[in-house]
Design a protein around this ligand. Structure first.
Ligand SMILES: Cc1cc2nc3c(=O)[nH]c(=O)nc-3n(C[C@H](O)[C@H](O)[C@H](O)COP(=O)(O)OP(=O)(O)OC[C@H]3O[C@@H](n4cnc5c(N)ncnc54)[C@H](O)[C@@H]3O)c2cc1C
Length: 462
């Protein structure tokens, strides 16, 4: 009988025959990079393979399927919930499949392989005068396939929505090794159930995305301005977004950093930011600058800086993008939170996080997408100290339960993986979704009857 997760000699040879020895790794030193994600969830795969084509993907999946060996598709491994690690089994790194096949500037879509990073995709689109809006702060590494499978969000999502709003069609290798196409590269298509969006946020549990047709839009001709604004308390942030929205202004960016984030950026990355309690990064259109500046002042802004030029605007953006890594470098352990609240609850949410930090004696720096009600508390703890780990867990649970009780979601964009199945269940049960969860479990069984695709996570264990 086969041991799930164990890679037999015969299988290793079959995979080498498909992908080549230089793309098949079994030695510890070769697979080290694949033993963790970027929130330090860790597990050791039995084999890593880097296919170069859909045909190779399908053949490798058939090998895994024959023996019931778990298989995990992976992009950059930048996710934060344990979704991209596996104990034993096969990791399939898709980053060799990174071509842009077609940029259609009439029908406004790009046809692309899954392994390209979002940043490289946008570099290519820029040469055509187009762009792809979803931009996780990890865009410089995270892949199209990973971002689709995580249903990722990002900084511009306040204006443009998340990955789910931009995927038109997908080619997918199912756990049987069969290749299917879901959706059409059309602006309208009503032919059947929406299986494309079942794949968005599927966390590698239903199939392997080998090609995507993504909506694109022209680089906006309307000029935007970028503000960096500081306040002497967190709650004001909630008030600012409320006033902007009730003035019918939808910012292009509305990001939040607290003092601890700024301290970490100044210390770890040698930035020179003002150390205020709350810092907002806000993009608005030229015609809105005066109204927005007035709102900042009415809300008690301490300092309002309008980026002088693109270079300065970019420096502000980089600070926000690097905040998680800077904060992570200040502690041995970090539990990354991702709850999403109704936007009008943002001020209450930030207040609650402060109370939870004080209650458990923890440092909880906060940053994130305040314009979406999706702000990330980064719960810091000492890995070697059991009491500190326990406190971090209690704080994390309290934040999740508070979000559920306020009608929020336990994950706005990072997904579930190993981190949140329990709270995903609690959320669904609390919000009339018990039957929805049962249906999700049935869907997993239909796609993956032998449970080889990223098993032991997400819906299966919720
Ligand atoms: C500094 C930093 C900032 C971040 N900021 C954001 C942010 O602003 N917004 C946000 O949403 N996330 C953010 N993240 C989380 C993460 O970067 C995103 O979830 C990202 O989209 C994951 O892409 P990846 O290529 O690294 O995927 P991986 O981590 O490799 O994989 C993630 C999941 O996708 C699956 N997968 C990967 N490729 C495929 C494929 N081809 N087919 C099927 N399944 C696949 C994997 O099995 C896994 O379940 C951040 C992370 C870091 C480290």
């Amino acid at each position: 009988m086969n041991m799930p997760g164990r890679i037999e000699e015969r299988q290793v040879q079959q995979i080498i025959d498909i992908a080549g020895k230089e793309n098949t790794f079994v030695q510890q030193s070769q697979i080290d990079d694949y033993t963790h994600d970027m929130a330090d969830y860790s597990a050791t795969p039995g084999l890593v393979v880097r296919p170069s084509s859909e045909r190779e993907v399908a053949e490798i999946v058939r090998v895994a399927n024959e023996t019931g060996t778990p298989i995990l598709p992976r992009g950059a491994g930048s996710s934060l919930t344990g979704a991209a690690v596996i104990e034993g089994g096969i990791i399939m790194d898709l980053r060799r499949m990174a071509s842009v096949t077609r940029v259609d500037t009439v029908n406004w879509y790009v046809q692309v392989q899954p392994g390209i990073s979002l940043e490289d995709l946008n570099k290519e689109l820029k040469t055509h005068g187009f762009f792809f809006p979803p931009d996780p702060a990890s865009s410089y590494i995270c892949t199209v396939g990973g971002a689709i499978a995580e249903g990722s969000g990002g900084l511009r999502c306040v204006r443009y929505g998340t990955m789910k709003d931009w995927v038109l069609a997908l080619r997918v290798v199912l756990p049987s090794g069969q290749v299917v196409k879901f959706g059409e590269a059309l602006s309208k298509n009503r032919a059947g159930y929406d299986l494309v969006h079942l794949m968005v946020g599927s966390e590698g549990t239903l199939g392997i995305i080998t090609e995507a047709w993504l909506k694109i839009i022209p680089i906006p001709s309307v000029r935007t301005k970028r503000f960096l604004v500081t306040f002497d308390n967190w709650e004001t942030t909630g008030e600012v977004i409320k006033r902007l929205r009730s003035s019918r202004i939808l910012p292009h960016l509305f990001e939040f950093l607290d003092r601890d984030n700024v301290l970490a950026l100044n210390e770890k990355l040698e930035m020179h930011m003002d150390e205020a309690e709350a810092t907002l990064l806000v993009d608005v259109e030229d015609s809105e600058v005066q109204t927005v500046e007035d709102i900042f002042r009415q809300c008690g802004a301490v300092k309002i800086t309008l980026a002088r030029d693109e270079e300065e605007a970019d420096a502000f953006y980089q600070a926000r993008s690097m905040a998680y890594l800077a904060v992570k470098a200040t502690a041995s352990g970090v539990q990354v939170e991702d709850v999403c609240l109704p936007i009008d609850k943002l001020a209450d949410y930030l207040k609650m996080v402060k109370q939870v930090a004080a209650k458990y004696g923890l440092k909880i720096p906060v940053n994130g997408h305040a314009g979406d009600g999706n702000v990330h508390p980064l719960i810091l703890y000492e890995k070697s100290d059991e009491k500190s780990r326990d406190s971090a867990n209690l704080a994390y649970e309290e934040i999740c339960r508070w979000a559920i009780s306020m009608g929020g979601s336990v994950t706005g964009e990072h997904g579930v993986g190993l981190q949140k199945p329990k709270f995903m269940r609690e959320q669904l049960e609390a919000h009339d979704g018990r039957e929805a969860l049962r249906i999700m479990k049935e869907i997993k069984k239909i796609f993956d009857p032998y449970n080889i695709m990223n098993p032991g996570k997400y819906v299966e264990i919720a």
